[in-house]
Design a binder for this molecule. Structure first.
Ligand code: GCB
Ligand code: CA
Length: 885
């Protein structure tokens, strides 16, 4: 029998409320589903320990931990972070009123694989580190005595994605763990980690929206059950719109599917990034005999429709929308991936605040808190599974990929924010590097086979969303046919970073569009690294200066915004994230973030905000990342240094210590000023007008002038520190000293004599000032300072980078120095030998910092340090002089 009620707001809202009350009135209105975390009171041990299975095992020596937890904080210091087993133990004492109920254990995520035991017996297992799993643990539980729950987690498995990639595969139970108890009649709670209720909105227009709800009901009791299934749909303002109910008879042990079509909702409030209206769908199971609610599930849904057009981009509810997006990894230094829900929500708020309307949840499914916020804040989403770089020839790998894909889709199916499911990222990158010629063929075949398999599974699970893959900038995806498989393609493009020039970006896009005019495209990644310690007046690719990242992004963003056939872009990455294999300027960190690891925005975050927020004034002096300034000063004159302001106001006026530097029209949301710096701590202020109202920003910075000509007066108290071989200022985090860019010697001043710039991306040991040692002048003759007589401290910095390094750094084609040599040189200061045959690699090892100080009594008008190669070549990485007396 089927009773169908359909009531429309607003006239009938009151009636609906009365009806629902009359059904449920005789007994409790509360759902009998009980849900609670079991994040507390865990014992943990790293390493294998099968003895721990035994309930009587003594774990007193184990670490006390709570969830979320990861054992891989070592990934911030070690390339070779721990991959293996970790054991978790915890007692579970069940409340007496759970007797007769079905009890489930849900792990929101444990990386990568789990084996679960209760009271010494194996309950089940799960493979996949980024999706939830739920087990019915009822048969294993005791109500008379404490239960011992033991979970073995393994993050070393190579048959579970990801097996390759530029991020850390943190191990542990790193999201919430839950116990759920329901009466014998309940919705299916073990459907691929989802709660078994699936909501679709088959037809949506401005006039009306349809809604259907699909699910499964189980009767775990020994007798039959008479049930009533009630769906209640609530308007975003909280009022009940309609209910639909249906009587269901279930035999003992029976499971039954239901498919309920809700009658159309008229004039639905459409879900958009600006108006993220959510309707609530409450699905209740009512036991007719006991007259009580036995189970209930609540979801939000939103009404929207969308499509992609190859010429015009993305459309939401029939209107064109540029997808203004970012990619987001889920870790935070120093805690790894063990983030709380509020930390996830903070990230979402920061992205929304910046003006983004789209997120690529990369490279794996993320916390429910993220997806919930996508719905609530109005962020369209692409979510994907971590099939990255290469498809291995490992049995079970494809199986695990497919299961993880189905889990992701079912677990996040009901979220209106999600428009795209993805399943492969740069899948030919490592494949092509590792295998050449004929050896590549089988790799390509299994890659294509897996792609087709995943595409089929995806469409089977969810024909309402769009499928996507992300490719690196290579035509091989077209040649192999991979780019024909999904609905849309994503390109990860780094022209002007890993190689080439930034203009290669628009050229690549234009070429793709010319060759494949029917194919919708997203720029699924683009980005450049930056390190707050590095600044320059002449930014270059891979110098990791803050300025190059800005320059790169200031080129890319207008292309994305102004190219109509590009649906949008997702910047790589929102955060500075953990990638244990990486070296570069900040070892273990990929520093392409718009915010630092601790989520402090970089200045460039405000470039996006200025470009994307037109609803509020944005005026930001882009020097928060560069507050310790320095510069070479000619004869006591002010030093001209650039100060950039990011703003969405038409014109900006900048002041230093109250004196105007001038007015500038903003172009591409930036106004760039050449500012005279003289005082030690000048105050910068910017003034603009937004919609007729004044807006200001102010900032105090530090300034240390470095004299071009050194004399008795300006040498006093000066530390003249030079970042030899580099065009960048480097400010040490530890000493706060700034090492100024290198310059050639000119008579009367100071600088290098001969040689050529060289550098490495390899991590430098024995220092935290890595970038200072990563650049050097190779083959230099000397360094000269024209200074008065006196006693000086001369400090020389060395690191020998001339060894082919075996580093596995994730460089996407950019290699460090590839020469093998051993260098030793004689050093003289003012003609006197201070080192007869210094070999920095012998003294402290290759890629390790070496600092040497010499006290020199100078009775001439200069300090001249000279290098004479004994073997190999001479080189110098940094130099500092200080006048003693
Ligand atoms: C990519 C990868 C991403 C890397 C990024 C990078 O193309 O998809 O995982 O982190 O480049 O920074 O190199
Ligand atoms: Ca240097």
């Amino acid at each position: 029998m089927r009773i169908f009620k359909h009531i429309h707001k607003p006239v009938c809202r009151a009636i609906a409320t009365i009806i629902i009350f009359s059904i449920l009135a005789p007994s409790s209105l509360y759902a009998q589903r009980e849900i609670q975390t079991i994040n507390d009171s865990w014992k943990f041990r790293k390493g294998e320990c099968t003895a721990a299975l035994d309930s009587t095992f003594k774990d007193d020596e184990w670490e006390d931990i709570y969830l979320p937890h990861t054992w891989n904080t070592d990934a911030y210091t070690e390339k070779d972070y721990y991959r293996g087993m970790g054991w978790y133990r915890r007692q579970i004492i069940l409340p007496q009123d759970w007797i007769g109920k079905q009890v489930f254990l849900k792990l929101d995520a444990a990386s990568k694989a789990t084996c679960i035991y209760i009271n010494g017996k194996k309950v089940g297992e799960h493979t996949g580190g980024y999706t939830a799993s739920t087990l019915n643990i009822t048969p294993f539980l005791s109500f008379n005595s404490p239960n011992m729950l033991v979970i073995r987690v393994d993050n070393a498995r190579m048959d579970i994605p990801p097996i390759s990639g530029d991020f850390t595969f943190f191990g542990g139970i790193y999201r919430d763990a839950w116990l759920i108890a329901v009466p014998s009649q309940h919705f299916n709670l073990t459907n691929h980690g989802s709660d078994g209720i699936f909501i679709t909105t088959p037809r949506v227009s401005e006039q009306q929206a349809t809604l259907s709800i699909h699910g499964e009901i189980r009767n775990d009791a020994r007798e039959k059950a008479a049930l009533e299934l009630v769906h209640s749909i609530y308007h975003p303002d909280g009022t009940l719109l309609q209910t639909q109910k249906q009587f269901i008879q279930l035999k003992a042990g029976e499971t039954r599917n239901f498919d309920s079509n809700i009658s159309p909702i008229l004039q639905p409030l459409l879900w958009t990034p600006e108006t993220p209206y959510l309707y609530r769908v409450e699905t209740t199971l009512f036991n007719c005999k006991t007259k009580s609610v036995v189970d209930q599930s609540n979801h939000h849904t939103g009404f929207r429709w969308f499509h992609f057009e190859s010429n015009k981009g993305f459309f939401l509810n029939g209107k064109p929308y540029k997808l203004r997006g970012i990619c987001r990894h889920q870790d935070q230094k120093p805690i790894g991936v063990a983030l709380t829900d509020e930390m996830h929500r903070r990230d979402m708020k920061l992205m929304k605040e910046m003006g983004a309307n789209f997120i690529r949840i990369s490279h794996y499914p993320q916390d429910d808190a993220i997806i919930e916020m996508c719905d609530k804040l109005g962020m369209l989403a692409w979510e994907e599974i971590p099939v990255i770089d290469i498809v291995p020839d490992t049995p079970e790998y494809a199986e695990n990929c497919e299961r993880n894909l189905r889990e992701m889709i079912r677990q996040h199916y009901n979220h209106p924010s999600i428009i795209t499911w993805g399943y492969m990222n740069e899948i030919l990158l490592v494949a092509q590097r590792k295998h050449k010629g004929d050896a590549l063929k089988p790799v390509l075949e299994r890659t294509l086979a897996l792609a087709r398999r995943l595409e089929n599974a995806l469409k089977q699970e969810d024909p309402t969303r769009i499928s996507a893959m992300a490719f690196h900038g290579s035509n091989s995806y077209n040649e192999t046919g991979l780019s024909q498989i999904t609905d849309i393609v994503g390109w990860n493009l780094y022209q002007g970073w890993y190689g080439g020039d930034v203009t290669g970006f628009e050229k690549f896009l234009a070429e793709q569009h010319r060759n494949y005019p029917a194919r919708p495209m997203i720029v699924s990644e683009y980005g450049a690294g930056s390190d707050r310690r590095l600044h320059t007046l002449a930014p270059r690719a891979f110098d990791f200066s803050i300025e190059y990242q800005q320059k790169y992004l200031e080129h890319y963003l207008p292309v994305l915004e102004e190219t109509p056939y590009v649906c949008g872009g997702t910047h790589w990455n929102f955060i500075d994230f953990s990638s244990a294999l990486r070296d570069e300027s900040m070892p273990r960190i990929n520093n392409k973030g718009l915010v630092y690891a601790d989520r402090t925005p970089k200045d460039v975050y405000y470039y996006y905000k200025a470009a994307w927020r037109s609803d509020i004034p944005v005026l930001h002096i882009a020097s928060r990342d560069w507050t310790r300034r320095s510069g070479v000063q000619q004869e006591g004159k002010p030093v001209m240094l650039p100060v950039k302001v990011y703003s969405n106001c038409p014109e900006v006026e900048l002041f230093i210590d109250g004196t105007s530097v001038g007015k500038k029209k903003t172009e591409n949301f930036t106004a760039l000023f050449e500012v005279p710096f003289l005082r030690k701590e000048p105050f910068l202020s910017a003034h603009a007008t937004y919609q007729g109202k004044p807006v200001t920003d102010g900032l105090r910075v530090g300034f240390t002038p470095i004299p071009d000509r050194l004399d008795k007066t300006n040498l006093n108290g000066l530390e003249l520190a030079v970042n030899v071989g580099s065009h960048c200022f480097f400010t040490s985090d530890e000493s706060h000293l700034t090492w100024v860019p290198d310059q050639p010697y000119t008579p009367g001043s100071w600088g290098y004599l001969g040689g050529k710039e060289a550098g490495t991306q390899t991590e430098i040991g024995l220092t935290t000032d890595g970038p200072l040692f990563q650049t050097l002048r190779n083959g230099l003759e000397g360094y000269r300072f024209d200074v008065p007589q006196g006693v000086y401290e001369v400090e020389l910095l060395f690191t020998d980078i001339y060894r082919r390094n075996s580093s596995t750094a994730y460089l996407l084609g950019r290699e460090g120095q590839q020469e093998n040599r051993e260098n030793a040189f004689r050093i003289t200061i003012n003609g006197k030998t201070v080192e007869d045959a210094l070999s920095p690699c012998r003294t402290s090892g290759y890629f390790r910092a070496l600092r040497k100080k010499y006290i020199v009594d100078n009775d001439t008008d200069h300090l001249e340090i000279k290098f004479h190669a004994r073997s190999g070549n001479s080189f110098l990485n940094g130099i500092k002089i200080r006048h003693r007396n």
